[in-house]
Ligand binder design. Sequence first.
Ligand code: FES
Length: 132
Amino acid sequence: MSEPLDIFGRPVEDRRLLVCVGPCCDREGRASANLAALQRLLIDRGLERVGIGVASCVRRHCLGNCGTEPLAQVLPGDVWHRGLTAERLLWIYQRLVVRNPPATATARRENGARAGARKRSSRDARKRPASE
Ligand code: FES
């Protein structure tokens, strides 16, 4: 069996944006159009080499989570994305796959807990009387 390749024919890295072009996601041709447009955006903006050795963008034929609109998945971390356009795929790839380590469930919980703690402390500060 041959090694999987990214959308530019390069070997696939562990950090990936999986873009589904399976029968459900591409029912109206939007998934294939989004992926083709993403490739054009990366080339037109000179970004096709972004992520080499770090991350990959990969075409997949059904991610096993069929719905009514195109899907993409960020791995590792198992984060799903909907409402996709080529620009949105580019943003996800650059910001969530190439630049940032994937968020794990644990990291998301910790970040949520910290954000909640910050909100509580600033809310508490607003409630204090000015004389304190
Ligand atoms: S066709 Fe995209 S998840 Fe199944």
